[in-house]
Write a protein that binds this ligand. Sequence first.
Ligand code: BG6
Length: 283
Amino acid sequence: MIETKQLEHGFTYLDINNNHAHLKIALHGGHIFYYKPHNQEELLWTSQTSFYKEGKAIRGGIPICWPWFGKHPSDTTLPQHGFARISLWECVAVDKRDPNETTVTLELKHSKESLNIWPYRFKLTLMIIVNQTLTVSLTTHNNDTQAFIITEALHSYFHLDDITHVTVKGLENISYIDQLDHNTIKSSSQPLTIHKEVDRAYINTNNTLTLTYRNKTVTMISRGSSSTVVWNPWIEKSRQISDFHTDGYKEMLCIETANVYDNLISIDPQKSHTMEVQIITTL
Ligand code: BG6
């Protein structure tokens, strides 16, 4: 079943309930902000104090960072992580014929406003497939007459019961940019555990990562992605973020399927690029 509903704050969202999971996608940002496989806990974290208003991204779920990740390279007055996560997307297709699999396609196209801050004609297609797993696929089409460059991320906030019990595997011996230490390049031979603030961009990553906590393993299989960003703001930073609920840092970890820094993507006119992640939970 798929219904169009409204949050009390006024945002329109698609509410999908099939044989495998319950999922909510806001048209604001093309933003998945709730995902719960049946008989499991919510897999994605969303802040209890998130804003739901124009010009702000929902804090949690899977914000789409595009066409630049982080600060704009030359104009810091432009929105952090680009404008896709604060733009209104359109739902262009829904396939719900099979109760075991629902596919939703959203689109965002260039507009007068987008051309003012990013001077290229484009179409972004977000395809979301909910079956036993969740697949999120972001395709950038270059509809311009010149090539353009993007950086991007599916900024997934995973929901955990205790950050100090988490292990991330698949990033060992991969160079990362430590965004908390003057962008120094580092690496570690050990699986990643989190006991303090972390903000790392791993470059040239493998396409399979696992996140393990308690008795649960979440596997992320990516395609068209060469970077992984790992972020937890920990105590001090999370207190400075007004839409982050108190102690929320204990229950979340962002593992972002991305193309950032040297893994930027150049797309020629009339060509496209797809970045995708499939999220698989095993209990
Ligand atoms: C991460 C960045 O991807 O997103 C961090 O690496 C940033 O540096 C974080 O703080 C959250 O960004 P925002 O704009 O959603 O507060």
